[in-house]
Design a protein around this ligand. Structure first.
Ligand code: AKG
Ligand code: FE2
Length: 298
């Protein structure tokens, strides 16, 4: 089984109906799919790869060597315990970009490149949300409006690296979880794999495809669609070789937006997204149903 790969350019031609159906299948059966011919220029993606690799090398690699996962794994390997695993941390280096937070200043092209990238990705996220509106039988713009509330949707970009790990059997790259928000657009490494999604109780590799964008849906799309589009569990395995890059952009509701199922017969609660996030932060790596219950009780 492989994660569906969908040619997004076909949405505008004779194969629109089939493409909508493929996207619906990706959302309903997987919660994950990969887009090719998505309209983001290769030339921009090449620049993104370069600035993120350069930024990691110059600004972050040295500090990863002193990071908590490295320290704890070294301690574990020095101990006589040959069985124990580190199951409450992640072998990754992460920083987040938002419109108004501090961005790395190295390399000098980082900021303009990533700004351009984020603008393009945000537009792509909105196109995907319109496809979901159509496939779910909602008015065009429904999901975007729901995410906007009285404010504006949140758009964040998480730049991650998963450096080579001397003992990938004893530490996760990133622990299994579902994403809290709306639509997640991931630009993953061309070569170094490790991302897996759960499909019918089986972990399936999200196969690297150069310059494809991996899409997955978060818990808020599950609620809005009243369970039709379930957020999928995913995880990243640590790897012995290669430094995996992943750039995940999150199109999420505003913290003040009210989220509820779009249909009349609702199986999920109605709540304010900020309240959901306060629960999620504490329970990210746990089952999702108790999160819905907890937020319903607020
Ligand atoms: O690095 C990846 O491929 C996945 C990242 C992820 O799942 C997340 O940031 O929520
Ligand atoms: Fe995730």
């Amino acid at each position: 089984m492989v994660v569906p790969v969908i040619d997004f350019s076909k949405l505008d031609g004779d194969e629109r109906a089939q493409t909508l159906a493929r996207l619906a299948n990706g959302c309903e059966e997987w919660g994950f799919f990969q887009l090719v011919n998505h309209g983001i220029p290769d030339e921009l993606l090449e620049r993104v790869k370069k600035v993120c690799a350069d930024c990691y090398k110059t600004e972050r690699e040295a500090q990863f060597k002193d990071s908590k996962p490295v320290q704890l794994l070294t301690e574990l390997l020095d101990s006589s315990d040959t069985e124990k695993k580190l199951d409450d941390l992640d072998w990754e280096d992460v920083f987040t970009l938002q419109d108004d937070n501090q961005w790395p200043s190295n390399p000098p092209e980082f900021k303009e490149t990533m700004k351009e990238y984020r603008q393009e990705l945000k537009k792509l996220a909105e196109k995907i949300m319109e496809v979901m509106d159509e496939n779910l039988g909602l008015d065009k713009g429904y999901i975007k409006r729901a995410f906007t509330g009285n404010d504006h949707p949140f758009f964040g970009t998480k730049v991650s690296h998963y450096p080579p790990c001397p003992h990938p059997d004893r530490v996760p790259g990133l622990r299994a979880h579902t994403d809290a928000g709306g639509v997640i657009l991931l630009f993953q490494d061309d070569e170094v794999g490790g991302l897996q999604c759960l499909k019918d109780n089986e972990w399936i590799d999200v196969q690297p495809i150069a310059n494809a964008i991996v899409i997955n849906t978060g818990d808020q799309i599950e609620v809005l669609s009243n369970g039709k589009y379930k957020s999928a569990w995913h995880r990243v395995l640590a790897k012995p070789d290669g430094n995996r890059r992943s750039i995940a952009s999150f199109y999420n509701p505003s913290l003040t937006a009210t989220i509820a199922p779009a249909s009349q017969t609702a199986e999920y609660p109605k709540y304010v997204f900020g309240d959901y996030m306060s629960v999620y932060i504490k329970q990210k790596f746990e089952e999702k149903e108790p999160r819905f219950q907890a937020v319903a009780a607020i």
